[in-house]
Design a protein around this ligand. Sequence first.
Ligand code: GDP
Ligand code: IMO
Ligand code: MG
Length: 430
Amino acid sequence: MKADILLGLQWGDEGKGKIVDVLTPRYDIIARFQGGPNAGHTIEFDQKKFILHTIPSGIFNASTINVVGNGVIIDPFIFNRELDMLKASGIHAENNLMLSKKAHLILPSHRLLDAAYESAKGKAKIGSTLKGIGPTYTDKTARNGIRMGNILRDDFLKRYRDLKEKHLQILKAYEMDLENHELDGLKFKTYEEKWFDALDRMKSIRIIDSEYFINQSLNSGKSLLAEGAQGTMLDVDFGTYPYVTSSNTVTAGVCTGLGIPPHQVGEVLGIFKAYCTRVGSGPFPTELDNTEGQKLRDEGHEFGSTTGRPRRCGWLDLVALKYAVMINGVTRLYMMKADVLNSFAMIKVGTSYYLNNEKIDYVPFEASYEKLKPEWLELEGWHTNINEIRNEKDVPKALDRYVKYIEKQTGVPVSMISVGPDRSQIIHRS
Ligand code: GDP
Ligand code: IMO
Ligand code: MG
């Protein structure tokens, strides 16, 4: 079988968790391939709400195997908290969870470095989630990292101490009160102790050569969905650098993050909100810094799932969406949160940019530095509540026109429209 991929086409938080959960019954394996606990994937069903950070969103289906791939970075403390949260709802995640030996560990001191680097950036700060993402991927590529497979080896403690010491040396150049700096409300020492307790618990989970497991599974006819984290515009190569995360969030990331060869990639399911949001700093050409933006935030409950920060809101950026479709080779689009636009009289779309008074229809290198001004297209809204619609034929005409416009512009079919946070709130399109 070929592996399908689901990933975000904007700046993250498109609703990946919800759709992975919806699609899970169709797959034998769900696998995360990049990112770490900077992700916050929300799943809602039966009046319950879960937010997952590292554990794949297929965990609610007992017969699906969930793999945390080699491209992911893991913080045992956060992972452990997630296991407890699931356990409290009767879900024993350990039973159908596997971790790659090659996934790197986020050390408590990686989080200190993240905080120190961010505060040193001052006004130019990235708006990192402060989960240690940048420093951990830096250590990975600088060949200093510690991997899940190392935790079972005799020299683990020595490696841990050496790397921590290296971090403390770096931190001397920053004015940081190490004793009192808190990580998730805990002093460093307490956090570190809990981190080690959590690490012990992780030894009871299957730690595997995930690239072998995945390829053998695909070759024996098993189906797999790769679950992206963050979004294309946060990709370290193709996003609005330097205001990005530190991994490849795009389709190519699946090949390196799981060990799946390119010819084994099947459908690429690209998901996007009917509008746009971004949390953290960086360019956002279609941002609305006005009452319309506030209305999007209120109607869409746009507050970060990981940090609780208010998300910046704006209209759909078609230039960025087409770019994301190109980079990822998207074969199907899923439109999320269409219901958030229920009460908007008019809907706008950014169709091109103005860069120094020149109209352009591509994402320029300058996107990271210059203020791009969008050209707008106005479409009529649907002025009606669509949350209870489940059937394609009941879709209001104005929404249908909006969806068909996006299909025409991107050349990719929109296969689903999501009309609410619950698992059941989906309209399938033929
Ligand atoms: P992810 O990171 O891509 O998984 O997305 P998040 O979970 O961070 O953010 C998406 C938010 O939108 C969550 O609170 C979801 O419960 C919610 N959500 C998902 N789909 C819809 C939808 O179609 N309509 C509405 N109103 N909310 C949605
Ligand atoms: P999900 O998977 C939205 C953003 C941060 C910051 C930048 C770098 O839930 O869509 P990092 O902590 O990675 O160093 O932060 O990336 N960011 C996200 N924004 N959703 C996410 O994940 C994000 N993960 C990171 O806000 O601007
Ligand atoms: Mg999220």
